[in-house]
Design a protein around this ligand. Sequence first.
Ligand SMILES: [Zn+2]
Length: 304
Amino acid sequence: MDEEVEVLVDLLTDVLGDPKNHYESKAQISFDCPVCANEKGLDKGDGKGNLEINYSKHVYKCWVCGESEGTQGPLGRLFDKHGTKEQKKVYNLIKPEELKVQEAKKTQLKLPEGYTQFKDSNPRFIPHAEAYRYLISRGITDEIIEKYQIGYTVSGEFAYRVIVPSFDKNNRLNYFIARSWVPNKMKYKNPTAAKDEIIFNESRIDWFKDVYLVEGAFDGFFLDNSIAMLGKKMSSLLFETLYENALGKIIICLDEDAWEDAFKLYHELNGGRLYNKIRVIKPPKDMDVADLRGQIDEYYYEIK
Ligand SMILES: [Zn+2]
């Protein structure tokens, strides 16, 4: 037996008792299910060996109560439910690196350390004043700051950045933008959540109204009912979400230098139930979305 497998089998034996069957070629090992045994009022195993573990995939399942009792899932959960904290720690040490990455992605995102909204901080605090000045220079008003819960932080890994939180349709934080206001810093630093797995501020979208598609979160502040794609391309999640939900028109409004991407987006969206509901804005050179406020209707481009 491989040394790592041996450690894992020993650990599992500590938690579940002696193994029943072990098929090394399939990386499968079975034990008595503690949940089944408990149901039968037994404090030891029921002798059935219904709980099966695949240790190459790091998953477990009881063939009897897996579905009904939730006795299944990633192996880490088995240690959470049936092991001790110490056993979980040992398991975390032998768990493969790629599984750790996947699990980290799934945990609920938190706002960065030190996130403070402007209304809750002292305007005479120098970082507050600097961050605020930066926002004003980008055309962002007090009303926008309040509406989008824009804040800033001076501590942790996102220190000296303006923070724009994003909430999903259930109003749960799903992303945030961290934009440096200090010129010599890397402009953006993103959370670990994958941006193509979220819809930025979906919580704010009224699907009965026209929806604007813009590139960045800062563009989105200037167009009501807009979705920031966080780039020039549409994720497949965004495509599916638009296709299923949009009841009004979809108006593509990318930066002037992204005309080809806008054109491509138009053709990707203009089909099926969205046919004839897509419009494109072509901003003039050197104008960004902030400059188009109030006059966007003048820049529709007719695609034939
Ligand atoms: Zn069971």
